[in-house]
Design a binder for this molecule. Structure first.
Ligand code: FES
Length: 200
């Protein structure tokens, strides 16, 4: 499983789109996101990136590149959303009160416009390493008896939940950053354009 996680991290760093099951230990590759309209040069310059999430099933995650950084798009099911409420006492900023870490429309417990879809930068807020996906629950993960699934930064041990909220007593000071984004349609997200800009 460690090799899978590490290879997934390498894929993330080279900005390849992947699909990973929440409950499964095996990473599943998914096709590249065909809806990335701008050219590679435009993307590098910071152009918005449109992503189709129609095929993103509950428990799956896509990774795309925006402004040279990985953006994670995770579909959460009802159980995952319920679990997020169970661990608020273990988190540094469960209500996302550090306003720089997300747009106003993501300043809520699920840190997203739609509760089921998380959009967050896959960059640790300590020193910028790439956290790994640790979606299995429980003590077998080595992340604590009450681990509910989330992300783990191997550089210095920071832990984040499935909303990108940072745990207490780890080096990372803040929650993962939610980038500006908006919905073009029900299943198409525009990364890089705020909901408020998109709606006027
Ligand atoms: S860079 Fe992630 S814990 Fe230090």
């Amino acid at each position: 499983m460690t090799d899978d996680v590490n290879s997934g991290r390498r894929r993330l760093l080279t900005t390849v789109t992947t699909g990973v099951g929440l409950a499964g230990a095996t990473a599943l590759a998914v096709p590249l996101v065909a809806s990335m309209k701008p050219s590679a040069r435009a993307v590098a310059a910071g152009a918005p990136v449109e992503v189709d999430i129609e095929d993103l099933a509950p428990g799956k995650m896509k990774v795309i590149e925006w402004r040279g950084k990985p953006v994670w798009i995770l579909r959460r099911d009802e159980q995952t959303l319920a679990d997020l409420e169970e661990i608020v006492g273990e988190l540094s900023d469960p209500d996302s009160e550090v306003i720089e870490q997300q747009p106003a429309y993501a300043q809520n417990r699920h840190r997203s416009i739609r509760p089921d879809v998380l959009v967050v930068l896959g960059v640790c807020t300590h020193l910028g390493c790439a956290p790994t996906k640790e979606f299995e629950k429980g003590a077998s993960t080595g992340l604590g008896d009450d681990w509910m699934g989330g992300f783990f930064c191997p550089c210095h041990g920071s832990k984040f939940d499935l909303s990108g909220r940072v745990y207490k007593n780890v080096p990372a000071p803040t929650n993962l950053v939610v980038p500006p984004h908006s919905y073009v349609t029900e299943n198409r997200i525009l990364i890089g354009v705020d909901e408020t800009e998109a709606t006027g």
